[in-house]
Design a protein around this ligand. Sequence first.
Ligand code: FMN
Length: 478
Amino acid sequence: MKVDVIDLRTALTTCERLGELICIKKQVEPYVEIPSIMNAVGRQRQPCALLFENIKGYPQARAAGKFLGGAQRFGAFYGLPQDFPSLKRHFLEALEKPIPPRLIQNSACKENIVYAPLDITSIIPPVKGALDVDSLYYQPVVVTKDPKNGQRNTGIYRAAVQETGRLTVNARTDRHGGLQLTTAKAMNVPLPVALVIGAEPAVWIAANAKLPYGHDELSYAGAIKGSPVDLVKCETIDLEVPAHAEVIIEGEFRPPFEWGVEGPWPEYLKYLGMKINPPIMHITAVTYRNNPINYVSIPASGGGDEALGLPNQAQLLRLLREFAGDFVVDSFLTPVPLLHHAIIKVRKSEPHHEGLQINVALTAFSFSPTLDMVTIVDEDINIHDLADVDWAICTRCNPAKQVHILPEARTTQIVPIAGVRELDNEPIVKAKMIVDATIPWNYKTREISPGLTFFSKSRWLDIDLSDYVEPKDRDKLG
Ligand SMILES: Cc1cc2nc3c(=O)[nH]c(=O)nc-3n(C[C@H](O)[C@H](O)[C@H](O)COP(=O)(O)O)c2cc1C
């Protein structure tokens, strides 16, 4: 059944219907208490979505967290498959058939319009995210356009409160929003920017997708949910934004471009990041719904938003298949730390396939600078079971020949072993590693006796235990 989820509120109602929403009515402090409650919930076996209804100092606003859930909950939002493999297939197919957004005239996010000068922190509560943090943050979906060709980009980049009327936006120069800012700087023109807080699940998830530059994440969001994302025009800048969001902060990066200071932030790799200097956005207006909900996302705070990884799982597989077709059976980015280790399953079925697995691994590195390690396994390995992958590495990989270290290449400063170099103004680079745990072709076919190779696994009869066990003992069977 297709559920009509068009915004954060209907998504929360669906969570409630599924019995997966906890409303917290006790008064909470937003900066550290909300993130700490999210962290405690994130450590639960099945984290529920959270709605904070009584925020100290913000009688008019609310906050939500962990509303995406895993495949099951996300599937329920849009009437999609609710198991990980089928939903990943849906995300993969959606990459091939984008549905462009449509412009509508008005929407609830225009219920309140405030023009600059304004204090954004008086409208929507920011968070610090964890103890030991100084700055105040929002986690918006950020919309910009390429100043040369008007191509839209959408990514999630955190925004930190500076002095009144200014925010930093952490669109690093190697991110697509950052590339557009670099172009605007070269042309010496302002770059309009909109921060979207509390967007619907499909927009959130698509904004986290590492699509090739120039691909429109909002069209991908449409393909994911099977209908166009509604957009409305901004009031003060030339941008269109998701119409059913809770809050839109409008503004621009303007010449002479300036940089603020923020950090540390509780990064998704669980370490606190360092202080950084992202570009400054000047706020021109804020539009918001009555009783707006800030969507708080703190990736270091455990589970509850697993579906966020789905677009990247799909995009990696698409990239590898574009290179090597069905030789690539499947791929999997390990969940912790997502984006740093890819496990790729290949089908070596003839002698000339030998070596191609390394080319596939090299292709994987073009997926994202964050990818630091690729493990390649054969068809019989369950790539979602790290114990099975470990078994393949220990039994099929001779590290002297099958581990390949690539000299240093770009990674992210969030990995502390590389990030620490930024303190000395050194490049954020580290070695990349390929672990080839596939059976080398010439060994794969060597027989120890007719029909049995060195890599033949032990086999047994197919047994139905209930044929052997007395009825009184059957409940002892797992
Ligand atoms: C909650 C959350 C916060 C994020 N914050 C940032 C950030 O501050 N800076 C950044 O470059 N990427 C951040 N990301 C990851 C990007 O949104 C993601 O890599 C996206 O693909 C970037 O879009 P782009 O490829 O269009 O640049 C964040 C992701 C999530 C889920």
